[in-house]
Write a protein that binds this ligand. Structure first.
Ligand SMILES: [Zn+2]
Length: 349
């Protein structure tokens, strides 16, 4: 399990003193910084039989490392939001299954999933070594699940480690936070991020995308691999069009937004938000932060705009983004977003 280049210092600090790894570690960072990768590397290291030296990662060769890579390690659990159960029971469920075979993606880690860990935690290890549980993302635990976790954290056996991976750790219960040692990952340095993206084989387009995603390299790799980068380019192009109307703009976005495995509505609002942010920043200070690759277009677009109107739009977008995952009506949601944006960039009469 590799240690990402911008995590190396944090990793070395964490392993700086022998036996210093606490029973519960909260790995915190912003979305797309690679908390999950760090958490996996930490789990691998805690399970590895061959790790050498305080700063080293897992060896990658021992039996434990091989099991982990194969997904068959008996002393390792990774808890992620599970697919939602189909609604209803018995015949109703049968009927709904035949109508709709797919399960919805869940955003929650539930109490049953935490309770299911109790046997694992309190029964001995298969190998008389460490046992590791990764919760990813930890903020997905609902309150009942978090309270169940607290009970386990009260008195965990000494060889059991919890790794809580989070890109929104402030949303965790304070009682959970206080039981963990928080390891805050640093903002990835741009040169390290770009070098890593090149090494991952997605370097060519990464230069333009990385700032759009606020400098989050793991997010950039995902977007380049799953096609969201192309959709993002199309969205950014749509923001530069003149003479369009809310219905056409919304229709265009409608073809780019996917319900699953693609550009989400939240991603879309985020892109509009960053574009508006840069229009404001350019108007006030002649700078761009997210749209560095589109500086000329921002400069052109910012001409003659009303800053109060842009600021009002930006604040609206923050609110809209919060509800973007579950709009009452997806079509109206896009049209509303388009109307607000077009109003903000209408030049002063
Ligand atoms: Zn190993």
């Amino acid at each position: 399990m590799p240690i990402l280049p911008w995590h190396a210092e944090t990793w070395n600090t964490l392993f700086g003193t022998p036996d210093a790894i606490p029973a519960a570690v909260l790995v915190a960072g912003e979305p797309g910084w690679g908390q999950d990768v760090f958490s996996q590397a930490l789990a691998a290291r805690l399970l590895c039989d061959g790790a050498q030296g305080t700063g080293a990662g897992a060896c990658g060769k021992c039996e434990s490392c091989r099991w982990l890579a194969a997904g068959t390690h008996p002393d390792y659990r990774r808890v992620i939001p599970e697919a939602d159960e189909e609604e209803g029971e018995g015949e109703e469920a049968e009927a709904s299954r035949s109508r709709k075979p797919e399960k919805k993606k869940s955003t929650q880690i539930r109490i049953e999933q935490i309770r299911a860990l109790e046997d694992f935690v309190f029964t001995g290890s298969h190998r008389r070594g460490n046992r590791v549980i990764v919760l990813d993302p930890a903020e997905a635990m609902n309150p009942a699940a978090a309270n169940a976790l607290l009970k386990i954290l009260e008195e965990p056996p000494s060889t059991v480690y919890f790794v809580l991976s989070s890109s929104a750790w402030r949303r965790l219960l304070p009682t959970v936070i206080s039981r963990c040692r928080r390891v805050t990952l640093p903002r990835p340095r741009e040169d390290l991020a770009l070098a890593w993206l090149h090494a991952e084989g997605v370097g060519a387009e990464a230069g333009a995308l990385l700032p759009v995603l606020g400098g989050a390299p793991v997010a950039a790799r995902e977007w380049l691999e799953d096609g969201r980068s192309a959709a993002a380019r199309a969205v950014i192009a749509s923001l530069q069009e003149t003479g369009t109307d809310p219905v056409s703009l919304a229709a265009r976005w409608g073809t780019l937004v996917k319900d699953q495995d693609g550009l989400t509505r939240e991603n879309l609002v985020g892109l509009v938000q960053r574009w508006v942010f840069d229009l404001i920043l350019f108007s006030l200070a002649g700078q761009v932060r997210f749209m560095a690759a589109h500086r000329a277009a921002v400069e052109k677009g910012a001409r003659g705009l009303s800053i109060p109107r842009l600021l009002a739009c930006y604040n609206e977008l923050l609110r809209i983004r919060m509800v973007s995952q579950h709009p009452l009506n997806a079509q109206l949601f896009l049209e509303d977003l388009a109307a607000r944006f077009l109003m903000a960039i209408a030049t002063k009469p």
